[in-house]
Design a protein around this ligand. Sequence first.
Ligand SMILES: Cc1cc2nc3c(=O)[nH]c(=O)nc-3n(C[C@H](O)[C@H](O)[C@H](O)COP(=O)(O)O)c2cc1C
Length: 202
Amino acid sequence: MFYRPQDGHGLPHSPIKAIVAPRPIAWVSTRASDGTLNLAPYSFFNLMADTPPQLVFGSTGSKADQRESKDSVSNIRDTGVFCVNIVPQVLRDVMNVTTAPLPKEVDEFAKAGLTPAACEAIDCPRVAEAPASLECTLSEIIRLEGEANFMVLGKVVGIHMRDEYIHDGIFDITKVQPLTRLGYRDYSYVSEVFSLDRPDQS
Ligand SMILES: Cc1cc2nc3c(=O)[nH]c(=O)nc-3n(C[C@H](O)[C@H](O)[C@H](O)COP(=O)(O)O)c2cc1C
């Protein structure tokens, strides 16, 4: 089949997020300017460059108690920093608690029973239970076409990895088992890995 997005797909649910899948999940932690801690998952997320490391996540839609977007984007706009935490599949239910559109005054770390730890390079909380966390400074927030669509670009200025996941100098993703988002209500996680040499490397 072929369809143009503006014409509709004729299917029970939009397939676009099942086509662009799996997507890694940025568990974005921030602190509001009044000190409230915030945590939410974002799967419109990826690494865009590695030297220096730069990443992006996308926010779609807005909350009634925010000016034009969601708590995460608003806090990042106000403070200029955020932390991206990796979600292991064992924390999937805890992650799911943090997606609720709670009033901006609610501390989502407390709500989910997670431990906020201080970041090293920025004034922001990170998830102590996460296998890895990326401390970021805001580079740019770009407004995208459509209603309340924003792209948040950040530069990674500090990287945490829990030592138990580093084996023989490798961050062992088969032990981390990062949760990934598919289409519909579906998720998956990484449990198997294989390597390929590039033609110019063999
Ligand atoms: C796995 C998962 C991925 C999500 N990805 C996104 C996303 O990429 N962009 C977005 O705007 N909302 C996404 N959401 C919904 C947000 O988590 C939700 O709107 C949340 O309440 C935003 O919280 P905040 O206002 O504290 O930032 C996702 C939810 C889940 C469960």
